[in-house]
Design a protein. Sequence first.
Length: 166
Amino acid sequence: MMPYSNCLFRFGDWYRQLLAESIGKNISTGPTPITALGTTDQHSQLQLYNEGINNKWFIFLHVIKHMDDPKSGSYLPKELNFLNNKKLGDVIDAAYIGTSEALAKNKRPNITLHIPKVNAEVLGELFMLFEFQVALLGLLYKVDAFNQPGVEQSKIITKKILSKII
């Protein structure tokens, strides 16, 4: 999951945790969730995603109306003059489009959820959508998406260790 909004970065973390905990129980198949924040992580991870092994699919979260959308001045040096007089939202949107189109060009599956704005109602909708998606993935991968035996085992061991410390 790659949200193109700092406001949704922790949502990506939540989704990664939900997917790993709920679906990561089949030893022969299943997704390994990774989160990235566009534009921050696109530079560090895009090489792998575009030319590495093609075993990933991408979910972009694109915000249509950014909360703050300041405009740059016209004082940037010649090497960066393409950024002069641009709104921050336009720069972020261009980076998202460039990333998604590059992945598509390299036959990397990706989808985009266009989010009107980030607020409580939209976040609630996203939580419901991805909880439902994970429940369906549980059926697809033939795992119980609602238990967490691997997590419980580490909790039991941790409690045992801590009970011996005086």
